[in-house]
Design a protein around this ligand. Structure first.
Ligand code: ADQ
Length: 459
């Protein structure tokens, strides 16, 4: 095959400190190294004036092309349309969705800009893979500029039901733009079903079978590619003896205390307020567990410039304070709430040391933390995954204790059941989940998507 061209909002340039990059970035870098290619996107820098050319960094066979954005474009495109309209809408939060024509114009402008600056870097046999909701219109812009190479798009968030999506004033333009790609990938059947529903009932398109659809005058392939993790790495790290002071401290804490763990970006889609309330409900109803179990919630701040994120930060801090105020004792707090990042080694130790992984998003495309939690467990004494039915991961990990995060009693019951679950049942459930996670890895996800894209055009 020709080169691979990856376009995403943020670019991770390969450096020696590979461990700092997330799993997804490493998997994409590996593919770029293998095929040679380009990774194009925003540099993460905000400057007074958007430059006319991207900054080029070459590392072996890979060209990294990164573009700084002006304050205005960053505010409209990233903080504005992407994160105040599309993100909340795609996560079913119409109440938090802020539409603005100006933000939408900035979003379109950045997509146009990306397309025009990417064009000179393209070669005739490139495969182009665009990532996520920030860049939906990019493919259409490239097509308009005459690019007829295979182009794929993967959506990392959920695709919302038609009734939700149609609340977006530009919904039709957005879906039409998606249809400019040859291949569109989603995490789950649910997302695909919602997309097809729109195509048939709103766009007047048709489903042709064999993953093909026809809409807006184009034929494209739509398929699910459930993203995975680097399972082997998590299993290997999990098998090492605990080293971090923090884990040792938690584990050797007096009074034989047990902990539950949550690890999330601080985002309203992750259901953290509801999680704290569910844990409170659990403590309300189980006097005997007071003083004995702690919820360790790791939640580094994200998108802090967006008002809705400032609000959720405040709300959560209040919620943690209230819960701790209600039940804490001199030598115990119910919630250990940490607003910071940890490296993978530390996360694995936290996952492995906790009796329950409490992963209860209100909506999530996949949720990789759920898979990381399972892969980090001790096969001889695995913890219990309590997982929201609204996480894409619940489709594959149905051996978890599946809960409705809006129903605090349901989550409280699952916590109680998880804490009492006999070893045999824990092992059985873990075995069922690890098999899926070992099969649908991150590499499989990436290779399947690239293989499907290589078959384009599909007509
Ligand atoms: P996210 O919303 O960021 O991803 P998730 O899938 O859980 O959610 O991935 C988060 C990643 O960040 C995990 O690998 C986790 O280990 C890491 N992480 C989280 N908190 C951390 C901390 N405190 N310190 C260090 N690392 C931390 C989006 C979508 C998801 C989808 C992914 C991939 O919202 O639904 O699963 O993309 O497609």
């Amino acid at each position: 095959m020709g080169r691979l061209v990856v376009v995403s909002n943020r670019v991770t340039i390969a450096t020696d400190k590979k461990a700092q990059a997330g799993g997804l970035a490493v998997a994409l870098q590996d593919a770029l190294n293998q095929f040679g290619g380009v990774w194009f996107g925003w540099s993460g820098k905000v400057v007074p004036k958007t430059p006319t050319e991207p900054t080029i960094t070459k590392v072996k066979k890979v060209t990294y092309a990164t573009l700084d954005l002006s304050r205005k474009l960053h505010a409209e495109y990233y903080n504005g349309f992407a994160n105040r309209a599309l993100w909340p809408l795609f996560h079913y939060r119409l109440d938090l969705t802020a539409f603005s024509q100006q933000h939408y114009s900035g979003y379109q402008e950045v997509n146009k800009l990306f397309a025009s600056q990417l064009l000179p870097l393209l070669k005739s046999d490139d495969l182009i893979w665009v990532h996520d909701y920030h860049l939906v219109p990019l493919g259409e812009e490239l097509r308009a500029a005459g690019i007829d190479r295979p182009m794929g798009f993967f959506l990392h968030t959920p695709f919302p039901a038609m009734e939700i999506l149609t609340a977006l004033p530009s919904h039709r333009e957005l879906v039409k733009a998606l249809c400019a790609y040859d291949l569109v990938g989603f995490h789950t059947e649910n997302d695909l079903r919602a997309f097809l529903d729109y195509i048939v009932h709103e766009a007047g398109g048709g489903i042709m079978g064999n993953h093909l659809i026809h809409a807006f005058g184009r034929t494209l392939r739509v398929e699910i590619f459930p993203i995975g993790i680097d399972t082997q790495d998590f299993e290997k790290l999990g098998a090492r003896p605990a080293r971090s002071d923090k884990t040792l401290h938690l584990r050797d804490h007096p009074h034989d205390r047990t902990w539950l763990i949550g690890v999330d970006r601080l985002d309203y889609s992750k259901g953290l307020v509801e999680r704290f309330r569910s844990f409170e409900r659990f403590l309300d109803r189980h006097r005997d567990y007071r003083g004995k179990v702690t919820l360790v919630q790791i939640a580094p701040q994200s998108r802090s410039e967006v008002p809705e994120y400032k609000e959720i930060q405040r709300e959560l801090a209040t919620e943690a304070g209230l819960l701790n105020g209600k039940y804490a004792d001199f030598d115990w707090v119910p919630v250990n709430y940490l607003n910071r990042s940890f490296n993978r080694e530390e996360l694995v130790e936290f996952y492995r040391g906790s009796r329950i992984g409490l992963i209860t998003p209100l909506r999530d495309g996949m949720n990789l933390v759920a898979k990381e939690y399972v892969a980090s467990q001790d096969p001889e004494d695995p913890g219990v995954l309590v997982l929201s039915r609204f996480a894409g991961a619940a489709r594959e990990l149905d051996a978890a204790l599946i809960v409705n995060p809006f129903d605090f009693d349901d989550v409280a019951d699952a916590i109680s059941r998880g804490l009492q679950m006999p070893l045999e049942e824990r092992k059985e459930r873990w075995q069922a989940m690890i098999e899926v996670i070992r099969t649908n890895t991150l590499t499989v996800w990436r290779d399947d998507f690239i293989a499907a894209l290589q078959e384009a055009p599909y007509e």
